[in-house]
Design a protein around this ligand. Structure first.
Ligand SMILES: NC(=O)C[C@H](N)C(=O)O
Length: 330
């Protein structure tokens, strides 16, 4: 007998249309699991827990910490082989990475969701949930850490991105590729992930982890950057253009805010490839000189999570700056 805990947090996989016509998360974990009981078979014991019931556009750092805490608690139970988290797809890449950073251990945490509501005749939720349970209970998945299982693919938490607004093949890992796939109740893993440092969830305080993302575009000035700093951000992620370029106005503000103790990270709005300190005149070379840290291949949503995670556990900005690159994809 294998044992899996299914933690429900809401998202489209749990949505139904209400009398007012809006689609919101309504289904409990038990209802989701009932749709897959036949597929998972009698030799899998499924425990259920409702952690949240929200669209994932309502996730926060506090809620991510709550999900990570419950996943870790279930993994501490000796008989549990793995954990599945059902989640909205909008911000699944953030929660997956947060859980990956904070939950340690050999047994897997598998996030999944759906693109079509639970009450749609062709909902993709039951298949995704059944596949996620297959991965979470598979002996082969031992040591995988946190992964996303969606539309038959197994994707690493770090680097996974939502790449389509409505298609059922909604996720990809543009810079590293998938780890494998699930077909007819069997897991096929083509590659594995490397291990990296884990952070202490007990030390995480969301109140000191405010990190905002600043979009860069032709003619952008430092208004948003300074406004976020004034609002109490301890970190900022630049969603820069190209290989990581902005404007001289942004560079000046980055130098000033870095000197004042904020941590500024340079990422890009381009879907693939690393950021690089190549250009002057407001480009990546100037941003690096101004104090920005490069995020490698890690895109703004996950660069924000890495930085917030570190700021949430460390008071010491030097420790944050030193550890940040190790959490990103080079
Ligand atoms: N497909 C989904 O789950 C999208 C939904 N808006 C959510 O993130 O909760």
């Amino acid at each position: 007998m294998r044992t899996v805990a299914v933690l429900a947090t809401g998202g489209t996989i749990a949505t139904r249309r209400g009398e007012d016509g809006t689609v919101v998360a309504r289904a409990a974990a038990e209802e989701l699991v009932a749709t897959v009981r036949e597929r998972t078979g009698a030799d899998v014991d499924v425990l259920v827990e409702d952690v949240l019931r929200v669209g994932s556009y309502r996730m926060t750092l506090e809620r991510m910490a709550q999900v990570a805490g419950r996943a870790a608690a279930h993994l501490r139970a000796p008989g549990t082989d793995g954990v599945v988290v059902t989640h909205g797809t909008d911000t699944l890449e953030e929660t997956a990475f947060f859980v990956d950073l904070f939950v340690e251990g050999e047994r897997p945490v598998v996030l999944t969701g759906a693109q079509r509501p639970a009450d749609a005749p062709d909902s993709d939720g039951p298949r995704n949930l059944a596949d996620a349970i297959t991965v979470a209970t598979s002996p082969e998945a031992s040591g995988l850490g946190t992964v996303v299982v969606f539309d038959g693919e197994v994707l690493p938490a770090r680097g996974v991105r939502k790449v389509h607004t409505v298609a059922s093949s909604a996720f990809a890992a543009p810079d590293g590729g998938s780890l494998g796939w699930v077909r007819e109740g069997r897991v096929h893993l083509a590659s594995r992930r490397e291990h990296r440092p884990h952070l202490d969830l007990g030390a995480f305080d969301a109140a000191r982890a405010r990190v905002d993302v600043v979009a860069c575009y032709p003619g952008v000035d430092a208004t948003a950057l300074r406004a976020f700093a004034a609002a109490g951000a301890r970190g900022l992620v630049l969603e820069a253009t190209g290989a990581g370029n902005a404007t001289p106005e942004i560079c000046d503000a980055v130098a000033e805010l870095s000197a004042a103790g904020l941590v500024v990270v340079l990422s890009t709005r381009v879907p693939e490839g690393p950021v690089a300190a190549i250009y002057g005149d407001g480009g990546g070379a100037d941003l690096l000189d101004a104090g920005a840290l490069l995020s490698g291949r890690t895109r703004p949503p996950q660069a924000r999570i890495a930085l917030a995670a570190l700021l949430g556990v460390h008071d010491d900005v030097a420790a944050v700056r030193e550890t940040f690159p190790r959490l990103c994809s080079a």
